[in-house]
Design a protein around this ligand. Structure first.
Ligand code: NAD
Ligand code: UD1
Length: 338
């Protein structure tokens, strides 16, 4: 019994592979390193003391994907992380995003169907809710209006998966909508290290604290929130990774079905909460300047995670302090060689 993990060298994928190996699963990783590095695979092996199969392949490559499923008859489920994820880049390069994310998923699903593997966990995002102006998103609210091609690929793939299930209910499909993953592995060896200037808050804070960037731009302090800055549901990447184990375990029990779960903590924090907590727990300074709002941002985005708790027995356990500590532990090693 093996779990095939697409995008397993990436930020969330690598943490999930660690947890799968720790739980005794056999793992096969497929990645083309478009946004990750081969060293990550060795780090996973060092952390877990376990080996796993790896294919350097693009999920768009039909022949290669067919070969992988032909060679590995023991694959029982797929966790599908592989995708491009930068919102701004997706606005500039929509065709590349639709090609990679949508066409890549279609190749994967076609290959799975051909080999009669009908069990998949898909990495979706809170972005599919759009701005529905509610304090917490529940899965039954449904998808809202997406504001960029990246988000649209997630919404479209969710729809494709629904249509697939309705055409053949032997499929077992679990859609996970992630809120804002941050943090890093306790070892400080795995984490998120975007190239160039980061778009997302925590990677930006990490670079400012390390002295690589001068200051953080806080995008607006006139939102209708406790301190005027945007609020999000930050979730530790290890809690998120563990959510995939719960999903796989639930799917092994239920055998078929289509389900959607939010993976978040249910506790929103503001930009300034993050800055203050990061400074406090790590004893570093994060200078910031208040600037204009970022176009497309919303005031608050927070999960109601109770469905995942009720149906999969999953709950995020790591607090904001731990997320900030683990992020900095990773950043210090990465940027300061400590
Ligand atoms: P990441 O970029 O670190 O990981 C994605 C991995 O997929 C990378 O290793 C990349 O090289 C690989 N990849 C991309 N296209 C590929 C292809 N065509 N063939 C083979 N490999 C390919 O991103 P992440 O943060 O780990 O995100 C994983 C998934 O979760 C993505 O689908 C992302 O959209 C989704 N997601 C991420 C977040 C977030 O904030 N990180 C939030 C919601 C959803
Ligand atoms: C981003 C993505 C979203 C994705 C989500 C998951 C964008 C526009 N949206 O959303 O599609 O699903 O990540 O991780 O990228 N902030 C600053 N200064 C910065 C960076 C961010 O003040 O330099 C603020 C933002 O205004 C926001 C908060 O920090 O209030 C979080 O921002 P970010 O980390 O980019 O995540 P999201 O906007 O939630």
């Amino acid at each position: 019994m093996s779990i095939l993990v697409t995008g397993g060298a990436g930020f969330i994928g690598s943490h999930t592979v660690v947890e799968l190996l720790d739980k005794g699963y056999d793992v096969i990783v497929v990645d083309n390193f478009v946004n990750s590095k081969p060293e990550t695979l060795d780090i996973i092996k060092d952390i877990t003391g376990k080996d796993f199969k790896f294919y350097e392949a693009d999920i768009l490559d039909k022949e290669k994907m067919d070969e992988i499923f032909t060679e590995n008859k023991d694959i029982t489920s797929v966790i599908h992380f592989a995708g491009l994820k930068a919102v701004g880049e997706s606005v500039e390069m929509p065709l590349e995003y639709y090609q990679n994310n949508i066409a890549g998923t279609l190749v994967l699903l076609n290959t799975m169907r051909k080999h009669n593997i009908k069990s998949i966990v898909f990495s979706s995002s809170a972005t599919v809710y759009g701005d529905q102006g509610v304090p917490k998103y529940t899965e039954d609210l449904g998808r809202g209006k997406t504001t960029n091609p990246y988000g649209t690929t997630k919404a479209m793939i969710e729809k494709i998966l629904e249509d697939l299930y309705f055409s053949d209910n032997q499929w077992n499909i679990c859609i996970l909508r992630y809120f804002n993953p941050i943090g890093a592995h306790k070892s400080g060896l795995l984490g998120e290290d975007p190239q160039g200037i980061p778009n997302n808050l925590m990677p930006y804070i990490m670079k400012v604290a390390a002295g690589e960037l001068d200051h953080l731009n806080v995008f607006g302090n006139d939102y209708d929130t406790k301190d005027g800055t945007g609020m999000r549901d930050y979730i530790h990447v290890v809690d998120l990774a563990l959510g995939h184990i719960n999903a796989i375990e639930k799917m092994e029990k239920t055998k078929k079905g289509l389900s959607v779960y939010n993976l978040g903590t249910g506790n929103p924090y503001s930009v300034l909460d993050l800055v203050n907590t990061f400074e406090k727990v790590n004893g570093v300074k994060v200078p910031y300047v208040i600037t204009d709002r970022r176009p497309g941002d919303i005031a608050v985005c927070c999960a109601d995670p109770s469905k995942a708790n009720k149906e999969m027995g999953w709950r995020a356990e790591r607090e904001l302090e731990e997320m900030c500590r683990d992020s900095w532990n990773f950043a210090e090693k990465r940027y300061k060689g400590m």
